[in-house]
Design a protein around this ligand. Structure first.
Ligand code: PGA
Ligand code: ZN
Length: 396
């Protein structure tokens, strides 16, 4: 397929930060690039709008009116032209935007849904009707909020049932109930909301939100439907080999013991993302050994990089992985990261970013590969659109 033009526009994400949108034709296509705040240091380079304009200028002659018959063919060309590890010549966000936009164009040309086009090329044997767990971040802390929580995300996890709409209804009902409980117990009328739509008031300590979630799940008799997951995003509280957590200093082993205490106190807690800094693989491995039934999830640790995922899976540091396409920069490499995770029997969770945009691409990736989970925000504000798309794509 040939495209006959491609452009970049400046747009703003849900935080009002500048990001980019790739548009073009023919057939008409687009992709908007979300942006992260708690980024892993090994993520692909992010170009400003001005840099993106320059990058596209250089690239145009290599893409427009050239024939690419697959997503991989286009991505290989982009990777070759860029020629760097961290996509710093063309910009990882520019490359991702082009790669996703091209995937959309290809799907349109073939009269397929975007996920169908990706499934045919990358995951022909993916389970057809796999329903993912929904990880929804309903209490925000860390870099995503202005409260006293060190843990960045407290998520409820909705187990799949017969339809996605039922899961989303349960999630919305639970989120509202939680709001009422927090208003009453914390005596706050207007609860502040964090970057991903979660409640972001102050708590007694880092464990209190888990206790509140667990109690509410039990009083609502939702134990069969809802679980609890955390994203510590520990890079943000790691300095000079120590973790500053809950006002105390912890060495790696001590923090692992603290987490184990959390798991002992909460029966519904089952998953912990980035419990240690991205340079502290030893911490992950320690926790994985001590908690063989929990999901120990890599995000900043692995940055959707196929080689990093393989390395940490081989070293038995994680058993689950976050996939964010703009961490690596092209759709093909994202799909390679998923394939390698699968090969190593890691649970795969496709994730949004905290700076959200008006683009559902990640839902298509989840459906294409039959992911084990999708990680989205709280069921409110702009985050609701992703849940609506989830219903549309899965309840067919
Ligand atoms: P982000 O973080 O701000 O980089 O999108 C989300 C996460 O850590 O999962
Ligand atoms: Zn994370």
């Amino acid at each position: 397929m040939k495209i006959d033009n491609i452009n970049v526009r400046e747009i703003f994400d849900s935080r009002g930060e500048s990001t980019i949108k790739i548009t073009g034709g023919n057939p008409w296509f687009f992709a908007e690039v979300a942006s992260g705040k708690s980024r892993g240091s090994r993520e692909a380079a992010v170009f400003s709008y001005r840099e993106a304009v320059q990058s596209l200028k250089k690239l145009k002659a290599h893409i427009v009116y050239k024939n690419f018959n697959s997503i991989r063919a286009l991505d290989s060309a982009l990777i070759k032209i860029d020629g760097t590890e961290d996509k710093s010549k063309l910009g990882g966000n520019v490359m991702f935007g082009i790669s996703a936009a091209f995937t959309r164009a290809l799907a349109k040309k073939r009269g397929e849904a975007v996920w169908e086009t990706m499934r045919k090329e990358f995951f022909p044997s993916a389970a057809k009707n796999n329903m993912p767990l929904i990880f929804s971040n309903i209490i925000n802390g860390g870099a995503h909020a202005e409260n006293n929580l060190d843990v960045q995300e407290y998520m409820v996890v909705v187990k799949p049932k017969s339809s996605m709409i039922e899961s989303v209804r349960t999630l919305i009902r639970f989120y509202r109930l939680l709001g009422n409980v927090l208003k009453k117990t914390k005596k706050i009328y207007n609860i502040p909301i964090g970057d991903e739509g979660g409640y972001s008031l102050n708590f007694k300590n880092n464990f209190e939100p888990i206790a509140i979630l667990e109690k509410l799940i039990k009083t609502q008799h939702l134990e069969r439907r809802l679980l609890i997951a955390l994203d510590a995003a520990a890079n943000s509280f790691y300095k000079k080999g120590m973790y500053r957590f809950g006002g105390r200093q912890f060495a790696t082993e001590e923090l692992a013991t603290e987490y184990i205490r959390y798991f002992k106190k909460s029966k519904l807690l089952f998953s912990l993302e980035d419990p240690f800094a991205e340079t502290d693989g030893r911490g992950f491995a320690l926790l994985y050994r001590m908690l063989p039934y929990a999901w120990v999830v890599g995000d900043d640790l692995t940055t959707t990089n196929p080689q990093a995922i393989k390395k940490y899976a081989d070293e038995k540091t994680i058993n689950a992985v976050i996939i964010k396409p703009n961490q690596i920069g092209t759709i093909s490499e994202t799909c390679d990261a998923i394939a390698i995770s699968r090969k190593h029997k890691l649970h795969v969770i496709i994730s949004h970013r905290s700076g959200e945009v008006d683009d559902h691409f990640i839902i298509h990736i989840a459906k294409a590969c039959g992911s084990d989970g999708v990680k989205l925000g709280a069921p409110t504000r702009e985050r609701i659109w992703r849940l609506n798309k989830l219903i549309e794509v899965y309840d067919r």
